[in-house]
Design a binder for this molecule. Structure first.
Ligand code: BEZ
Length: 301
């Protein structure tokens, strides 16, 4: 989490708005090019109102000119501030704090927490895709800056089930945690877990004490999965058999229709001393933001 230099910009009505005006709630600053306006305005309004119902404010920053900003604001029903960043200084500052100043993308989203600190950022092809991704992130009950729930998780050790709370397993440790929908399911088995097994050494070299895989499966299944995949002890395979940890995180995934019951979303987080430093939640089944590569990139930053 990093601090952002305070700034002041004019909104679509010409009023001066200070970054401090947004303190007290999460705010998504969307730095976009005019091309990103192409997304359907109804969908945008819907995504913005879903975020609003979770007390997340959305603010667009453009270099389009006051007239273009007024048009855009009207098109999306006046529900978001559209700020004019004439010379791009603020967009550039936000991108640079995130280490993304050399990346060319239509929409760059920076999320500030209630105290004004930068908690998350993402490059998106369009504004709609970026807001969709953030809607998934904000579904979680625990967000960046919050403590991980200190509830029991299990692991099989020498044939015995060990039960310890998250804090007991990892007190004062720096850990990368990834959650998967199921042991042995194809994508988890062939892509998600192997990615972390391969990256565990590099993560340790970057100061991570332990890589942890958590699934809503029992400790016997997690152990069998670790043995079947020859997963090294650098990746701890923890069982959340009752789903209590996953529910407390707010990351349950309803797979009852597919015959798997209530499972876990795919997600990844960096946790230091029990506090969530970074978290990515997938919008679909595939491994993208929750994979080992983006977490390694984060550790490199
Ligand atoms: C998977 O391939 O990892 C998967 C398949 C079905 C449900 C959940 C996960």
């Amino acid at each position: 989490m990093k601090n952002i230099k305070p700034f002041r910009l004019r909104n679509h009505s010409g009023f001066s708005i200070r970054s401090d005006d947004f303190l007290g709630q999460h705010v998504v600053f969307c730095c976009i090019t005019l091309g990103a306006f192409a997304s359907g305005s109804n969908q945008l309004t819907e995504l913005v109102s879903r975020l609003g119902s979770r007390n997340v404010r959305v603010v667009v920053i453009t270099q389009g000119g006051l007239g273009a900003n007024q048009d855009f604001s009207m098109r999306i029903g006046g529900s978001i501030d559209v700020l004019l960043d004439d010379d791009g200084t603020v967009s550039q500052m936000l991108r640079s704090v995130c280490g993304r100043d050399r990346v060319d993308c239509q929409a760059f989203l920076a999320v500030l927490g209630p105290m004004g600190q930068l908690v998350k950022w993402l490059d998106a092809g369009d504004l709609k895709g970026g807001l969709e991704a953030l809607n998934h992130y904000f579904l979680a009950k625990r967000l960046i800056g919050d403590r991980v729930p200190d509830v029991p998780l299990q692991q099989l050790e020498d044939g015995k089930v060990l039960t310890r709370s998250f804090g007991e397993w990892f007190a004062k440790k720096r850990v990368v945690v990834f959650g998967v929908p199921g042991a042995f399911t194809p994508v988890c088995n062939l892509e998600h877990l192997p990615g972390y097994t391969a990256a565990a050494g590099q993560m340790h070299a970057r100061g991570v004490d332990q890589v942890v895989c958590i699934a809503v499966n029992d400790a016997y299944v997690m152990d069998a999965w670790a043995r079947a995949t020859k997963t090294p002890s650098t990746v701890a395979m923890l069982a959340d058999g009752s789903g209590r940890f996953t529910r407390a995180m707010g990351l349950s995934l309803d797979l009852r229709g597919a015959g798997l019951g209530m499972r876990s979303c795919r997600y990844a987080m960096l946790v230091e001393g029990g506090v969530i430093i970074h978290m990515n939640v997938e919008t679909g089944f595939d491994v993208s933001v929750s994979g080992a590569a983006p977490m390694l990139q984060l550790l490199n930053h």
